[in-house]
Design a protein around this ligand. Structure first.
Ligand code: NAD
Length: 507
């Protein structure tokens, strides 16, 4: 049985076959962890976690340095694993490796600072003389659930800050791309990480559900539909969760933009990873004065894109469609657009046997009555729409239930920044697209139905901790004047003082 034939919500199957989307060949098999097996893994992680927390962030940073070296020594093996199970271009897999190597450095070095005790001052007269600070404790066992589009960074990548904060991690990768996560389990072992601090459980939705049922925190990356179910269950259990969900990211090309830059950003932003990115450029709005030039040049560039199985660097630009049902979604969006009057300038077709591919597709004459402009397509397609002015572009960009990333290309920085501030998106790029994901210092999270919380930035590690607020009375008296038994004269004094200090503002 191949994974394309299984009902992934049914965990009666004990094995799932993993195939290479660019050939259809079965390249591995994974077992489906039952709810009991997930609970056992979480229990083992819970026992291992205090020791991991106790060694402190600096020692964990040293462990990460060893892992970073392992990545350098095994980079081709990791890349091959990602390409084989996901079908992406080798260059796109390189980016995943770069991300993790630099994430080990970033979180290893920054964790002590970001998790350090913080002094707090209070102006309240009720706490005069107290010193105050906040401190953080790891949450315990972090359950990470990942999608199939980036087998390394959207799964293991999120484990790095969670581990840096002293948590144990149980990772449930996508059933479509689980092999690279299992390679990470081997990495942890070979690098001498303490046993059970990082574990991988494999399986489909039911295995993910079991992890939400048992972990102390859930970091979920995937569709908005599943994200809602995860959040609802986390709400029932009253455990925190962080959700990185879908997007319908807009790119706005202003009249003063360098058209060549705009074309390159649009092309790469739409086709990187075969368009199977939450931060893919999924729609473009171009100011009328540069529209024709932009479309003509983009069309030429679409015709030059190489599509096919990756056999090494430089062999292809766009790889396979990883997730079989996604092909139907892409086809549906294109058919719907054509029925409503859009034109396909390039591509438009599925290619199969061997493998599963979709031609890089450029659409024009599109509008918001079409699914390709309002629903997440998640494929190598790009609809481009002409707008009268930037204000119309902003209005259309915000006409979405999603709010993950939005981008603006233009030369006048003051104007670009003013417009950027009007975008309803958690991540905004000016003269770029997708760069935020690689900037660990910048929080990356979605507004609206694109998610809750953020990865990266201070919040990207602090969310994996419990905050404790401490107030210390260094010079305690036997009894404070406000304590029982109450002293009316003291409280009269308090009221007079309140009037003297704050009453003036009313005059
Ligand atoms: P999905 O929601 O179908 O599956 C994601 C994961 O959830 C898989 O591991 C799956 O087995 C598991 N799962 C399924 N049902 C579950 C349940 N009831 N409880 C717990 N876990 C369950 O998503 P997908 O198709 O794998 O991924 C594509 C989606 O991911 C796209 O919408 C894309 O935009 C989004 N994505 C978002 C980001 C981001 O950072 N915002 C990054 C990558 C992908």
């Amino acid at each position: 049985m191949t994974r394309t034939e299984i009902d992934t919500t049914d965990d009666r199957h004990t094995q799932i076959a993993v195939d290479d989307p660019s050939t259809g060949a079965v390249i591995g098999r994974i077992s489906v962890a039952s709810a009991e097996q997930v609970a056992d893994a979480v229990a083992r992680a819970r026992r291992a976690q205090p020791g991991w927390a106790d060694i402190g962030p600096r020692a964990r940073g040293q462990m990460f340095a060893r892992s970073r070296q392992w990545f350098i020594d095994h980079q081709q093996e990791i890349i091959d694993s990602i390409v084989a199970e996901n079908g992406k271009a080798e260059e796109d897999a390189v980016i995943e490796v770069v991300y993790c190597v630099t994430a080990f450095s970033y979180w290893g070095k920054q964790a002590p600072r970001l998790l350090a005790e913080t002094k707090v001052r209070s102006l309240s007269p009720l706490v005069i003389g107290r010193s105050m600070y906040t401190r953080r404790e790891p949450i315990g066992v972090v359950g990470i659930i990942g999608p199939w589009n980036n087998p390394l960074i959207n799964s293991f990548g999120d484990a790095i800050p969670a581990l840096a904060a002293g948590n144990a991690v149980v990772l449930k990768p996508s059933e479509y791309t689980p092999l690279t996560a299992l390679l990470m389990e081997r990495m942890a072992k070979e690098c001498g990480w303490p046993k059970n601090v990082f574990q991988v459980v494999t399986g489909a939705g039911a295995t993910g559900q079991a992890l939400v049922d048992t972990a102390d925190f859930v970091m979920f990356t995937g569709s908005t539909r599943t994200g809602r179910a995860v959040a609802a269950r986390a709400g029932e259990r009253l455990i925190p969760c962080s959700l990185e969900l879908g997007g319908k990211d807009a790119l706005i090309v202003l009249s003063d933009a360098s058209v060549e830059r705009a074309v390159n950003v649009a092309l790469h932003g739409a086709l990187f990873n075969g368009g199977q990115m939450c931060t893919s450029v999924e729609r473009v709005y171009v100011e009328a004065s540069v529209y024709d030039k932009f479309v003509t040049r983009l069309h030429e560039r679409f015709n030059e894109v190489k599509l096919g199985k990756s056999t090494g660097l430089g062999s292809t630009d766009v790889g396979a469609m990883t997730f079989p049902p996604q092909v139907a979604t892409v086809e549906e969006h294109i058919e719907d657009a054509l029925e409503r009057g859009a034109r396909v300038l390039a591509g438009g077709h599925t290619l199969t046997s061997p493998g599963r591919f979709f031609e890089p597709t450029l659409l024009v004459d599109v509008d918001h009555s079409m699914k390709c402009m309002t629903e997440e397509t998640f494929g190598p397609t790009l609809p481009v729409m002409k707008v009268d002015n930037a204000e119309e572009a902003i209005e259309l960009a915000n006409d979405s239930r999603y709010g993950l990333q939005a981008s603006i290309i233009g030369k006048n920085m003051a104007r670009a920044r003013r417009l950027a501030a009007q975008l309803e998106a958690g991540c905004v790029t000016i003269n770029d697209a997708q760069t935020n994901y690689m900037a660990f210092g910048l929080p990356m999270g979605g507004w609206k139905e694109s998610g809750l919380g953020a990865r990266h930035g201070a919040e990207g590690i602090r969310k994996y901790t419990k905050l404790q607020a401490v107030s210390v009375n260094r010079f305690p008296m036997n009894r404070d004047p406000h304590m029982i038994p109450y002293s009316p004269s003291f409280y009269r004094l308090v009221l007079r003082g309140l009037k003297a200090v704050y009453g003036k503002a009313r005059r």
